[in-house]
Design a protein around this ligand. Sequence first.
Ligand SMILES: [Zn+2]
Length: 343
Amino acid sequence: MQRYPFPKTELHCHLDGAILPQTLFELATERGLPLPGNAKNPEELTPFVVYGPDCVSVNTYLERFELPTQILQDKEALERCAYELVVRLHDLGHIYTDIRFAPQLHTRRGMTQREAIEAVRAGIDRGLEETSHEIVIGLIVCCMCVGTADLNHEANLETARLAVEYHDKSVVQAMDLAGAEGFCHLTDFADLFEIANKGGCPITCHAGDSQEPVEIRTAIEVFGSKRIGHGHHIINDPQLIEEAKERGVTLEICPTSNVQCLTQPSYEAHPIKRLFDMGLHVTVNTDNPVIAGVTVEDEYDHLKESLGFTDKELVRMNLYAIDVAFCSEEEKARLREKFVPYL
Ligand SMILES: [Zn+2]
């Protein structure tokens, strides 16, 4: 049941944080994998998957990804989860969403990054067909920061090269860098973005979530990224805010994820409204809808209740999202039309 009459968009949604406990339970059972707490049904599994009061640090939050990662090690599992997510987003009233995942996290049992990308694409395509293409989906492949850049450099190079190759084939729409922040500087990953840029593959980049604006500056100035994953710490650098505005940079803000991961103390303290009022293009996203236990509409509720956003401003942010969506200009024009009655 949708509570907001206008269509929804989302730029920042991780596949492995978007799998329902029911699906995880079934996939794990089929594969004979042990479940945390010896869960005997999806209900018993839920507390191990969804954010709860035991999440007292970023680490306890990140532990929630271990089970999905263990399970998503074959093509069938990836295909099913991507398919189910597309159908669910459509049912929630989304008309555009970028789904992202890191192929290198799915090679533990012999699947290749290439196979992982093809499996997710197949699931997305099945979902698009089932929903009569009423939703547009962009697929983003993530390179990962798991520590210093040399730790998984080969795997990241492979992801970047595949991003370019599959972007040419319209299988993948963009490349991202995700994972932990703060082990090293983003500049250490410059070669990956150089591959994407040279190969004509669009980019976005996680930056400035737990770390300071200097990392956002790298993503904008060195990588040339027009989209920043999170980026809310830009609030500490007024000069960079102006530069981001001039360059047409848009932030993929994930309010609940920031509060749960303790990178912002509360919804009330979140700078999204201040940034919006300064004229910086910000958008609303869930990051990990199942793990965070939120939909985009839940995020809207939080933004209205805690920060005083109006419905018109929420519509405006959806239009900002379409401006930087990874789809064709024709498609963007068609998507924008759907918001006209709500402006
Ligand atoms: Zn993210």
